[in-house]
Design a protein around this ligand. Structure first.
Ligand code: PEP
Length: 247
């Protein structure tokens, strides 16, 4: 299966900047066979216009979040139905910044995941990972296991759907401190075993946390790393394309 590389533009770019980046990506795509599946997740205001630019190219687009509720009186929220209209193919759920700054709990992420699976065909990318203190106490696997069980509680995944998990150790996000490929591989192997035990054999596992052009190849070489979720380095075509072509 192709590696999956997702760029998370967060709220880092304005509307015009998002369009410029999408145009730059299209114009600067290296003229070599693309071995990876490539996705960018702009902020919600820019998804529609970015989609117009990327339509017909090799780059897909997705969303960074959505409400679990059906459309209605929920000021400020984005519905899954509107993301379906925009042909979003992927959606990030439970990013650590949503957990940290918007109080998203595993229960909320579980409700969002259920809504995505029941009401759309968008591919969910569930983000999780431990903080530094938890790793230092030797409890990273325990923490990740608890997160997995909580976000997947009661979720029935139809046989034709896949579950994508992005393992993003919080201490590596935006810090410049990357998990070593071996550390990431060990956790991915653990997550894969847990998913199989929980009854989700159809899965893909992404690593995220300070991925850069110079560390992407060694991460992608690991057998249980099926792709990357890239934040800061997805904000310029100059750093994103080398990551996409790093294998
Ligand atoms: C992210 O936002 O998911 C992320 C991994 O960010 P960064 O690559 O900047 O660490």
């Amino acid at each position: 299966m192709k590696k999956l590389i997702i760029g998370n533009w967060k709220m880092a770019l304005g509307y015009q900047q998002s369009l410029e980046l999408a145009e730059n990506l299209v114009l600067s795509q290296p003229p070599r066979p693309l071995l990876a599946e490539v996705v960018v997740c702009p902020s919600p205001v820019a998804i529609s216009s970015v989609a117009n630019i990327l339509e017909g190219t090799a780059i897909f687009w997705g969303a960074q979040d959505a409400a679990e509720q059906t459309p209605g009186a929920l000021t400020g929220e984005t519905s899954l139905e509107s993301l379906v209209e925009l042909d979003c193919r992927f959606i990030l759920l439970g990013h650590s910044e949503r957990r940290q700054f918007f109080n998203e709990t595993d229960a909320i992420i579980n409700a969002k995941l259920r809504a995505v699976i029941e009401r759309t065909t968008i591919k969910p990318v569930v983000c999780l990972g431990e903080d530094l203190a938890t790793r230092q106490f030797g409890q990273a696997e325990e923490k990740v296991s608890r997160q997995l069980q909580a976000v997947l509680a009661g979720i029935i995944l139809p046989a034709d759907r896949e579950l994508i998990i992005a393992y993003e150790p919080i201490w590596a996000i935006g810090t410049g401190q990357t998990s070593t490929p071996e550390q990431a591989q060990a956790m991915h192997q653990f997550i894969r075993q847990e998913l199989e035990q929980l009854g989700y054999p159809n899965n893909r596992l992404l690593y995220g946390g300070s991925v850069k052009p110079d560390n992407a190849a060694s991460l992608l070489a690991m057998p249980d790393i099926d792709g990357l979720l890239v934040g800061g380095a997805s904000l310029t075509a100059d750093s994103f394309w080398p990551i996409v072509f790093a294998q």
